[in-house]
Design a binder for this molecule. Structure first.
Ligand code: FAD
Length: 289
């Protein structure tokens, strides 16, 4: 199923994210995580590509597990900054062969200590999007940044490039994590003014332990409101309390989004079905599967 079929309706969708294992790790354990997450019946599940320590080698395999074994629509991430065009073409061919129609096309982080871009290498996600489009009838999504991408001088410059991505064939967007919904509402207004009118899926990261605060913020550069920092200060040293508070904070963010007409939410579940399950249980009459 194409993800835009889900996003172009008034129905609320909540999706989850998985990251693949490192090379040499038992794939069987990850298949169990996929099955546990699938049992929660998210609208779709995405599988990252070489992010958060996982290896890109297993992205197609886990996306296959999501779609062909657990029968949940799968969204396979694909990054291009550290890949050749040949490697990208071979991953796209594998996805096509497995019947996976949805790709989140990303530039990825620029590899350190190498000249970038090498001749014939992708420079921006928009180039990857155009290339995937030429290789088949895929439903292509892209990333967007409510606070601006860290490399962009201004949010307006970033929005210009985002519009190029949409014009290249990106049919929906998923946001970087944010911890204050007003940041998203502001962004949506600016994006619409730029003519970016594809569905935007709000990315919510449940922060359930103190270490995650530092790591997630360093990775994303997202602003953390004082209200959230107070929660970490108060509960950060008590694992169970911090987990409960993080789940409650993410739940509250999602309820506010849906109440304000943002119907599509992607939870950065980080391979934790228990956290995804707790949030979805809190939303059982709001997100009806
Ligand atoms: P782009 O859209 O290419 O933008 C990157 C920067 O270049 C921006 O500052 C943009 O304004 C600028 N830019 C774009 N086009 C032009 C142009 N024509 N001229 C000049 N500047 C331009 N990383 C992974 O490694 N694996 C993953 O699975 C993964 N999943 C992600 C999922 C989501 C929802 C998000 C938000 C991020 C994800 N990332 C992942 C991180 C992502 O790869 C990085 O944020 C990366 O730095 C940018 O990728 P992009 O696709 O947004 O790049």
């Amino acid at each position: 199923m194409r993800i835009t079929e889900l996003l172009n309706t008034e129905r609320v969708t909540i999706s989850c994210e998985l990251f693949p294992p490192k090379k040499g790790t038992q794939l069987e354990n990850y298949k169990k995580i996929v099955a546990d997450m699938a049992a929660l019946r998210p609208a779709y599940m995405s599988v990252t590509y070489g992010a958060t320590g996982g290896t890109s080698d297993y992205t197609v395999e886990l996306a296959n597990e999501v779609y062909n074994v657990n029968h949940i629509p799968a969204l396979a991430h694909l990054t291009c900054a550290s890949s050749t065009r040949e490697k990208v073409a071979s991953v796209v061919a594998e996805l096509k062969e497995k019947g996976i129609e949805n790709i989140l096309a990303l530039r990825g982080d620029i590899p350190e200590n190498v000249d970038f871009p090498l001749p014939n290498q992708y420079r921006h996600a928009s180039e990857l999007i155009a290339d995937i489009r030429a290789q088949g009838n895929f439903c292509i999504g892209g990333a967007c940044y409510p606070e601006g991408h860290p490399e962009a001088e201004t949010i307006f410059e970033d929005l210009d490039h985002l519009k190029e991505k949409v014009d290249a064939g990106c049919e929906f967007l998923t946001t970087q994590m944010f911890f204050d919904n007003n940041i998203l509402y502001n962004f949506l207004y600016k994006a619409l003014k730029k003519g970016i009118d594809v569905p935007v899926v709000a990315g919510i990261m449940p922060i359930t332990n103190r270490a995650q605060v530092r790591k997630s913020i360093a990775l994303s550069g997202s602003m953390v409101p004082k209200r959230f920092l107070a929660i970490v200060d108060r509960f950060g040293d008590d694992a169970a309390a911090m987990k409960q508070a993080g789940i409650a904070y993410a739940t509250e963010q999602i309820i506010d989004l849906i109440a304000n007409g943002v119907n599509h939410v992607h939870i950065y579940t980080m391979n934790k079905p228990d956290i995804a399950g707790a949030i979805l249980a809190n939303l059982s009459d709001i997100y009806v599967r």
